[in-house]
Design a protein around this ligand. Structure first.
Ligand SMILES: NC(=O)c1ccc[n+]([C@@H]2O[C@H](COP(=O)([O-])OP(=O)(O)OC[C@H]3O[C@@H](n4cnc5c(N)ncnc54)[C@H](O)[C@@H]3O)[C@@H](O)[C@H]2O)c1
Length: 345
C-alpha cells in the first residue's frame, strides 16, 4: 500500500470510513476525519482518538465535527481526500432526503474543491445503487443503470450519480485526479444495529429473538462483502492509476431468504421469518462483476460469508449484551424491524 502522508476522510466516523481510517493510520498516514456524526459515531474511532491522547499512532488522527455540505473546515496540505460522507442506508436517506441530496451535491463539490486546492488525489465512495434495479446481471461498470429518477430512493441513487458526474467533470478538466469506487453491500463490525441494512437487521433480530423481517418473498438477491475486503479494494484503487469507476464487492450471490436462514442457523435463534410487502423500487438482483477490479487492481475478496458472518455476529453479541451501550434502544430511530419505506439493502 502507498503511504499517503496526510489524508482527509469525510464520513470517516461511519462504518466503512472508520475501518478505512484504521487502515490508513496503521499504514502511517495522518488522517483528518470530517464527519457530522449523523449516522457515524465517536465510538467507531474511539481507539484512534484514545491513541492520540496517549501519544500513540492515533496522534496521527483527528476528528472534526462538521456537515461537509456546508463546507469542509480543514486546512491542507492533503495528498488524498476520500469522500465517504453520505447517508447510506435506506431508512437513513429516506428520512433525510434533502440532506442526502445536499451531501451528494454540495458536499461532493466541497470535497473536490478541497482536493483541487491541495493538489490531492480524490476518491469518491459511490455505490451499486447507481445501477438501480438492474436490467443487466451481474452489473459491469459499463452498464448505465436503471434508476427511477422520481422514486423515493432517487435522493440517494441520483445524488451518487451526480457525484460521479461532478467528479468526472473535475477530472476531465484536469482540476483533480479522481478515483471512483462503486461499493456493493458491505457488512461487518460497526455496521450499526439500527442501520436498516439487511445483515444488521437480520443479525439483531435473530440475536434479540425477534421475528426476522423479509420483504417480498425473499427471492431477491444480494451480494455481501466483508468490510476488510472492501477497505482493501478501496485502498488498492486509491493507490492505482485507475480512475474507474470500479466495482468493489463480493460476487457470491445469495437470496435474502437464504441469508435470513443462514443468520438463524449461525445464531441458533428461535426467531421466525415474517414476510412484509416489498417497498417501491427494491432491486431484485444485485451482484457485482469484479473483472475490472481483479484485472486492474489485482483485488478480489478473501473473506467468505460464513467467516464474515461469524466475525460480525461476535460484534453484535458484544454490543447487544446487557449493560452495553449499543444504541439499539436509543430513542432517535426505528428498531431494525420497523422500516416502512425502505427495505434493507
Ligand atoms: N456500506 C455499504 O454497504 C455501502 C454500499 C454502497 C456505498 N456505500 C457508501 O460508502 C460510504 C460510507 O457508508 P457507510 O456504510 O460507512 O455508512 P455510514 O452511515 O456508517 O457512514 C457515513 C458517514 O458519513 C457521515 N455523514 C453523513 N452525512 C454527512 C455530512 N453531510 N457531513 C459530514 N458527515 C456526514 C455520517 O455521520 C457517517 O459517519 C457512503 O458514501 C455510502 O454511500 C456504502
Amino acid at each position: 500500500m502507498v503511504s499517503w502522508k496526510r489524508v482527509c476522510v469525510t464520513g470517516g466516523a461511519g462504518f466503512v470510513g472508520s475501518h478505512l481510517c484504521d487502515a490508513l493510520v496503521g499504514a502511517g498516514s495522518e488522517v483528518v476525519c470530517v464527519d457530522d456524526l449523523s449516522s457515524g459515531s465517536r465510538s467507531n474511532v474511539a481507539a484512534l482518538l484514545e491513541a492520540r491522547g496517549a501519544g500513540g499512532s492515533g496522534g496521527r488522527f483527528s476528528l472534526i465535527e462538521a456537515d461537509v455540505a456546508g463546507g469542509i473546515p480543514v486546512e491542507g496540505p492533503f495528498d488524498a481526500v476520500l469522500h465517504l460522507a453520505s447517508a447510506a442506508s435506506p431508512p437513513e436517506y429516506l428520512a433525510r432526503p434533502l440532506e442526502t441530496l445536499a451531501v451528494g451535491s454540495s458536499g461532493t463539490l466541497n470535497a473536490l474543491d478541497l482536493a483541487g486546492r491541495c493538489g490531492a488525489r480524490f476518491l469518491l465512495a459511490s455505490t451499486s445503487e447507481v445501477y438501480g434495479d438492474p436490467a443487466v446481471h451481474p452489473q459491469t461498470e459499463s452498464y448505465w443503470g436503471n434508476v427511477n429518477p422520481v422514486g423515493p430512493r432517487s435522493v440517494y441513487d441520483e445524488a451518487k450519480r451526480f457525484s460521479e458526474a461532478l467528479s468526472m467533470a473535475y477530472h476531465r478538466l484536469g482540476k483533480v485526479d479522481v478515483r471512483i469506487v462503486r461499493i456493493f453491500n458491505t457488512y461487518g463490525p460497526r455496521l450499526r444495529p439500527r442501520d436498516g441494512r439487511v445483515l444488521s437487521n437480520f443479525a439483531v433480530q435473530a440475536l434479540s429473538g425477534e421475528p426476522i423481517t423479509v420483504y417480498g418473498d425473499g427471492s431477491q438477491t444480494r451480494s455481501l462483502c466483508y468490510v476488510d475486503d472492501e477497505v482493501a479494494g478501496i485502498l488498492a484503487l486509491l493507490d492505482s492509476d485507475v480512475t474507474g469507476p470500479v466495482n468493489i464487492g463480493n460476487p457470491a450471490e445469495i437470496t435474502v431468504l437464504e441469508l435470513a436462514r443462514k443468520v438463524i442457523d449461525a445464531t441458533g435463534s428461535a426467531s421466525q421469518i415474517v414476510f412484509r410487502p416489498i417497498p417501491e423500487d427494491d432491486p431484485t438482483r444485485r451482484c457485482p462483476d469484479i473483472a475490472r477490479a481483479r484485472e486492474l487492481l489485482g483485488w478480489s475478496p478473501r473473506v467468505d460469508l460464513e467467516e464474515g458472518l461469524e466475525r460480525t455476529l461476535a460484534y453484535y453479541r458484544e454490543i447487544l449484551a446487557p449493560g452495553s451501550a449499543s444504541g439499539l434502544f436509543a430513542p432517535d430511530g426505528p428498531g431494525p424491524g420497523d422500516k416502512q419505506a425502505g427495505a434493507p439493502r
